[in-house]
Design a protein around this ligand. Structure first.
Ligand code: GUN
Ligand code: ZN
Length: 429
């Protein structure tokens, strides 16, 4: 049955330009795709009797896309590590070891996805643990919601506790098995997932490059240049590499299907190679400040002679919030410290259309366009007393978006839709 969702509609074009209707509507068909989007007075006759969710002047926009998040870290936010490597060793690896248990992983997957919806996130590129059971559980749960999810089993064969290690051979075999079962099923995609250069041997990185080139349509996700201690360790492990980026480059892991989380301490040479190869660096601001990893500079990465594609993400559980609003707010603060003042529009565009492009799902999500899936978030600019007071002095859309990202979180998410079906609605306080 056709459904119409009304509100203040907002969507971004590929160049970041906003389309905004003060009184807008989105009509969704049986198959969950957008049949029409535009100003309410122009809503075609055929949709006028359809079941309608009217959100008044709340903002109806494409759901947020989280370009880097760890499913098996869903309950370990705020683990007080000294730095990245201490945090991984003391908290993260023991927590991820639980995902060998299929029942545990299934229950966690259901919780994890409902938490994403609660925060207005409708699609993600996610890490699983090393265990095949973990990826199975997340793929199945996402498929149950008809959700666009890209994930993969993590590969890691050294420098961790045995309970979270595989081998180059088992890692490759399980990757292929998971890809064959899940890639292209519903809206699911596979991402080849070597954790990072510290936990994958040369043999495993080589296999990762081979998998990336042999599995059509697969993405690749890993971590790059996050903390000074990590970078020093990589230098010891790969003494012949020119730098950290060169380690991945050597094994064929750069390219337009590759996403590298963090990229905080990259040199001119590294940025040039990432740019030339079409790779993406994903900015994870709350994680970077929480773990004391450093301040990633968007203008440095985007330098116009060698611009690197950028995404934006929570990096839960190194990140401290599931909320892409809070994440954009933190990105704003980090960029201010790095000497750059982004606009709210720019950051909202990155978290929707931009990330859709980076995840290669732009043809199906990221904007309010005919034929795309109706994956939507409804934001209430007056969700809290502080936000409500702020709107009394807001004079533009930019003002409203800015206040939402600085002051908002899941409380500002009134409703979330996946394929036109409501998967979350916030009770009125
Ligand atoms: N580097 C390798 N693994 C991880 C992880 O789980 N989180 C973060 N933030 N960095 C990593
Ligand atoms: Zn991460």
């Amino acid at each position: 049955m056709t459904r119409v969702i009304k509100g203040q509609t907002l969507s971004f074009a590929a160049d970041g330009a906003a389309t905004h209707e003060g009184r807008g509507a989105v009509a969704v068909g049986d198959d969950g795709t957008i049949l029409w989007a535009g100003p309410q007075p122009l809503l075609p006759q055929g949709f006028q009797q359809a079941e309608t969710d009217d959100f008044g002047d709340m903002i109806v926009m494409p759901g947020f896309i989280d370009a880097h998040i760890h499913f098996p870290q869903y309950r370990m936010l705020a683990a007080p590590g000294k730095d990245l490597l201490d945090w991984l060793t003391r908290f993260t690896f023991p927590e991820e070891s639980r995902y060998a248990d299929a029942d545990y992983a299934r229950a966690a997957a259901s919780l994890f996805l409902s938490r994403l919806f609660q925060h207005g996130t409708t699609a993600a590129l996610a890490f699983c643990s090393v265990h095949k059971t973990c990826a199975e559980a997340l793929f199945a749960a996402a498929d149950g919601h008809g959700m666009a999810l890209v994930t993969g089993k993590t590969m890691m064969d050294r420098n961790a506790i045995p309970a979270v290690q595989d081998t180059p051979e088992t890692g490759a075999r399980e990757t292929v098995e998971l890809y064959e079962t899940w890639h292209g099923k519903g809206r699911l995609r596979y991402a080849v997932t070597p954790r990072f250069a510290i936990t994958s041997s040369e043999a495993q990185l080589k296999v990762s490059g081979e998998l990336l080139s042999s599995l059509p349509g697969a993405l690749m996700q890993t971590h790059l240049s996050e903390s000074p201690g990590e970078i020093a360790f990589v230098k010891d492990l790969f003494p012949r590499a020119k730098d950290y980026t060169d380690v991945y480059d050597h094994f064929g892991l750069l390219g337009d299907r590759s996403l590298f989380a963090h990229g905080i301490h990259l040199s001119e040479r590294e940025c040039a190679r990432l740019s030339e190869s079409g790779s993406t660096v994903v900015h994870c601001a709350t994680s970077n400040t929480f773990l004391g990893s450093g301040l990633m500079s968007m203008p440095w990465l985007r330098k116009h002679e060698r611009p690197v594609h950028l995404g934006v993400a929570t990096d839960v559980g190194g990140g401290t919030s599931y909320s892409m609003l809070a994440t954009l707010g933190e990105a704003y603060k980090v960029q201010m410290l790095a000497g750059y003042k982004p606009t709210a529009r720019e950051l909202f565009a990155m978290a929707t259309r931009g990330n859709a492009g980076r995840l290669k799902i732009e043809h199906e999500v990221g904007s309010l366009e005919h034929g795309k899936f109706a994956d939507l978030v409804v934001l209430d600019p007056r969700a809290t007393p502080v936000l409500a007071s702020r709107q009394e002095v807001s004079t533009s859309l930019e003002d409203v978006l800015f206040s939402l990202m600085i002051l908002g979180d899941d409380r500002a998410v009134k409703a979330t839709y996946v394929k036109g079906r409501k998967v979350h609605e916030r009770a009125t306080p």
